[in-house]
Design a protein. Structure first.
Length: 214
């Protein structure tokens, strides 16, 4: 899972740095239209509880998936113990409204995982919010990172499908998209459960601190 950037959690920030590339708003908009094709992870493992093959398909989310994405976001916070019952529905609705607005303009790019034999049944999701970043020097100080910046959000897997590689497959698809789109930097806020996966994928802890308002 990914933590929310607006919720303080000490030492939770990680990032993958990219080399300097030139990217324009127009080219970034086109990149959404050319999002990476779906991938399939065929069942090399078997679930010992129900005997089902662990086949997973990943596709790019559209604005029509806004409610699905909103529900996954609300489920993510609920499962982390950070959302009470009264706030669940308002968060779902507000998130769905955001996705319906942000996906068509390329501000948010999402992916949805489904069983390969039941493609109408979402079992997980992940996404990148693209945001403007001030020009900054590279880590070595020898070049500029022009931006934009991507922040990984809403990495979620339904409980019945956890520990079966769904989140890793989603993240691999997300990272493939990022590599080809000229983002200056990619960051995320990791939950404790998600940290081992992100470290495996190349994310490293940074020196970020956040102000915790009273």
């Amino acid at each position: 899972m990914t933590d929310d950037p607006m919720q303080p959690r000490r030492g939770s920030t990680a990032q993958v740095r990219k080399g300097p590339q030139k990217v324009t708003q127009k080219s970034q908009q086109k990149s959404v239209e050319k999002a990476a094709p779906e991938v399939v992870q065929k069942g090399a493992q078997k679930n010992t509880q129900n005997g089902a093959q662990n086949g997973v398909r990943v596709r790019v989310a559209t604005a029509d998936d806004a409610t699905v994405l909103g529900r996954q976001r609300a489920d993510m916070f609920r499962d982390m113990g950070r959302l009470d019952a009264a706030t669940y529905e308002p968060l779902l609705i507000a998130s769905a409204e955001y996705f319906a607005r942000a996906i068509p303009i390329g501000e948010y790019i999402g992916w949805i995982a489904t069983p390969s034999d039941a493609t109408d049944t979402p079992i997980g999701g992940a996404g990148v919010q693209v945001r403007t970043m001030l020009p900054r020097p590279s880590e070595a100080g020898t070049a500029l990172l022009p931006g934009p910046e991507g922040i990984v959000l809403n990495v979620y897997t339904d409980p019945a499908w956890r520990r079966r590689g769904v989140a890793e497959l989603l993240m691999q698809q997300l990272l493939d998209w990022v590599r080809g789109r000229g983002l200056g930097r990619l960051v995320l806020h990791a939950s404790p459960d998600g940290r081992p996966l992100y470290e495996k994928l190349g994310f490293v802890a940074t020196n970020e601190m956040r102000w915790k308002s009273s």
